[in-house]
Design a binder for this molecule. Structure first.
Ligand code: B12
Ligand code: SF4
Length: 480
C-alpha cells in the first residue's frame, strides 16, 4: 500500500508556520517510522501551504490517507476527507482533535483512531491492506520504555523541508491544567523513553537545532528531576552537539544543578507556562505548581538566566480575573521579572478539557458553529465571553499590544538584556530569532487585524499605545 500522512492547517493560519522556523510534525514522523517495510509512506504538511494538497492526494496513487489534526486544523481536515471520499480514497483521522471528538470525526472520515496510536498503527495498516478498516480504533498510552516514541528523523514532507529537528523524550504531565488537553490525552504520569534510545535518535538528527517537544521536560517531583539529570548527563557524554529548546514547569528554575546540566547539554531556552499573575485565576486553571511560586516568579527566571538559559514565557489572557488593563499589565510584569520571549495567547477552550466543559455549561462559548468554527480555536481569537472584558475588546487590545512590541528596538532590547542576564551569545541569538519571529508574525497578521478592527495597523491610536507602552517599559528594562 502507498500511504499519505497529512497535517492540515487552518486556512486562516496559512503562511503563519513558515514565516519563522519550519517545525517538523513529529507525530507524523513517528507514525512514518512505524509503517511496515512492505508499504510506503509520504508526508504532506500544509505548513508549507495547502495549494498542492488536492493535486497530491489525487495524483500520487495513495491507498490510504491518514490525517492528523489539532482542533484548529480539523475544519480543513474535514475538507480533505471530502476530497478523499470523492475519489474513493480510504481515509482515517487521528490526533488531538479526533481523540476529543471521535463521533464528529466519524461523520467525515472512514475511520477514526483515538489516543496515542504507536502500538496500534501497524494493525490499522494491515487491516486497511486487507480491506477491513474498522470505523474506530482505540489507542492506549504507549509503552515508551519498549522503544515507542522514536521518529523517522530523516523523513521530510514531499511538499517542503523542515529546518529544525524535533524529538520527544517523555510524554504526559501530572499538573492537569484545566485549559490543556495533555494530561487527559497523554496521562498523568510522565512516561520516559530509555536513555539509550533517546541518545541514539539524538545522534541520528541532522539539524543543529532541536525542539524537544516533551510536555514537561523536568517534571515536578524529585524522581522526575533525577531522571532528567541522568538524561542530560548522557547527552553531555554521548550526544552530538546540538542546541535545543524545550518546555517545562517553573520549578526547574530552582534546581541549579539541573539547569547547569541542561545548558551544558545544549539547552538555550525553556518555554514556561506562567499563564497569569492572578492567584485566583491560577487556582481556577488548576496550576498549583505556579500558584505556589507566584511570589518567586522573578527568582525562578533568574535561576534559568544564571545557568545561561533563556525563558520563553507563555501567558494567557481572558481568564475570569482579566480586564482590558490586565493584558498590558501582564506584558509589563513579564518584562519586569525578566522573561526574554513573551507569548500572549487567548484563553481557548479546547474540546476535551475541563475549561471547555465549564464554559459550555455556563453558556459562554459563542464560536460554536462546528466544525466551521474549530478553525477559530487557534489561540489568537477569543471564542467565548470573558467575564471582565468583551471578547472583541480583548482581541483588539492584544492586537494593539502585538504592534507595540513588534518593533526592532523592542527586539534588540530583549536581545541585549538576554545577553546581559545569561552571558551566553548563543542564548541571546536564540532570543533574537524568536522575538524577530513575533515581528514577522505581527506583519503577517496585519491585514487580518485591519479587516477585523477596521483601522490601519500603525494608525494614530496604535502609535499612542505604542509610545506609552515603550515609555512604560523604560524603567523596567533599565533596572532589569
Ligand atoms: C510540539 C507542539 C507544538 C509545535 C508544533 C509542532 C508540530 N508541527 O506539530 C508548535 C510549538 C508549533 C505548536 C503550536 C501550537 N499548538 Co501545540 N503542541 C505541541 C506538543 C507539545 C507536542 C506535539 C507532539 O509532537 N507530540 C508527539 C506526537 C508523537 O504525538 P501526536 O502528534 O499526538 O501523535 C500521536 C497520536 O495523536 C496519534 N496520531 C496523531 N495523528 C494521527 C493520525 C493518524 C492517521 C493516526 C492513526 C494516529 C495519529 O498517533 C501519534 C503517536 O501516538 C503538543 C502536546 C502533546 N503532548 O502532544 C501540543 C498540542 C498538540 N498543541 C496544541 C495547541 C492548541 C497548539 C496551538 C494552537 C497553541 C498556541 N499556543 O498557539 C499552536 C498552533 C499549532 C497549529 N497547527 O495551528 C494542543 C492541541 C489540542 C487541540 N485539541 O487542538 C496540544 C495537545 C497541547 C495542549 N495545549 O493541549 N505545538
Ligand atoms: S503544565 Fe503544561 S503540559 Fe502540563 S497540564 Fe499544564 S499546560 Fe499542560
Amino acid at each position: 500500500m502507498k500511504i499519505a500522512l497529512v497535517n492540515p492547517v487552518a486556512r486562516r493560519a496559512e503562511g503563519y508556520h513558515t514565516i519563522g522556523t519550519r517545525i517538523p510534525h513529529l507525530g507524523l514522523q513517528v507514525l512514518a517510522r512505524l509503517v511496515p517495510p512492505e508499504h510506503s509512506v509520504e508526508i504532506i504538511d500544509e505548513i508549507f501551504g495547502s495549494h498542492d494538497t488536492q493535486r497530491l492526494l489525487e495524483g500520487r496513487g495513495y491507498d490510504l490517507v491518514g490525517v492528523t489534526a489539532y482542533s484548529s486544523g480539523s475544519t480543513r481536515a474535514y475538507e480533505l476527507a471530502a476530497i478523499c471520499r470523492g475519489r474513493g480514497l480510504r481515509c482515517i483521522m487521528g490526533g488531538p482533535h479526533a481523540s476529543a471528538k471521535p463521533q464528529e470525526a466519524l461523520g467525515h472520515f472512514d475511520s477514526v483512531a483515538v489516543g496515542e496510536c504507536d502500538e496500534i498503527w501497524p494493525t490499522i495498516i494491515s487491516a486497511a491492506a486487507a480491506g477491513r478498516l474498522q470505523r474506530q480504533y482505540e489507542g492506549k498510552l504507549s509503552d515508551l520504555s519498549a522503544g515507542f516514541g522514536a521518529a523517522d528523523q530523516a523523513r521530510q514532507p514531499i511538499n517542503g523541508r523542515y529546518d529544525v529537528g524535533c524529538i520527544q523524550t517523555s510524554r504526559g504531565c501530572p499538573v492537569g491544567c484545566d485549559f490543556c488537553s495533555v494530561t487527559r490525552f497523554n496521562g498523568t504520569e510522565i512516561r520516559r523513553r530509555s536513555i539509550d534510545a533517546i541518545v541514539d535518535e539524538w545522534n541520528r538528527t541532522t539539524r543543529k537545532f532541536l525542539f524537544v517537544v516533551d510536555d514537561n521536560f523536568f517534571g515536578v517531583g524529585p524522581s522526575h528531576a533525577a531522571w532528567a539529570k541522568e538524561l542530560l548527563r548522557a547527552i553531555i557524554r554521548r550526544g552530538k552537539g546540538r542546541l535545543w529548546f524545550s518546555q517545562t514547569t517553573l520549578n526547574m528554575g530552582a534546581d541549579s544543578e539541573g539547569l547547569r546540566l541542561a545548558y551544558r547539554a545544549g539547552c538555550r531556552g525553556m518555554l514556561i507556562g506562567f499563564e497569569t499573575f492572578n492567584a485566583t485565576d491560577l487556582q481556577q486553571y488548576h496550576k498549583g505548581v505556579n500558584a505556589k511560586a507566584l511570589d518567586h516568579y522573578r527568582q525562578r527566571v533568574e535561576g534559568f538566566h544564571r545557568a545561561g538559559i533563556a525563558v520563553f514565557g507563555g501567558f494567557i489572557v481572558g481568564g475570569d480575573g482579566d480586564t482590558e488593563d490586565t493584558v498590558s499589565d501582564t506584558v509589563l510584569r513579564a518584562v519586569q521579572i525578566g522573561v526574554d520571549i513573551i507569548q500572549v495567547t487567548n484563553l481557548t477552550p479546547l474540546p476535551g478539557t475541563k475549561l471547555y466543559d465549564r464554559l459550555l455549561a455556563e453558556g459562554r462559548i459563542f464560536a460554536a458553529d462546528y466544525p466551521a468554527d474549530w478553525e477559530r480555536y487557534s489561540f489568537v481569537e477569543t471564542v467565548f465571553n470573558p467575564k471582565g472584558v468583551s471578547a472583541r475588546r480583548l482581541d483588539e487590545t492584544i492586537c494593539e499590544l502585538r504592534y507595540a512590541a513588534a518593533t526592532e528596538p523592542w527586539v534588540w532590547r530583549r536581545t541585549l538584556k538576554a545577553l546581559w542576564h545569561t552571558r551566553s551569545l548563543s542564548t541571546a541569538m536564540f532570543v533574537h530569532g524568536m522575538n524577530q519571529g513575533w515581528v514577522r508574525l505581527a506583519r503577517h497578521q496585519s491585514p487580518r487585524d485591519v479587516e477585523r478592527f477596521g483601522k490601519p495597523a500603525g494608525g494614530k491610536r496604535m502609535d499612542k499605545i505604542s509610545r506609552s507602552f515603550r515609555l512604560a517599559l523604560k524603567p523596567a528594562t533599565s533596572s532589569g
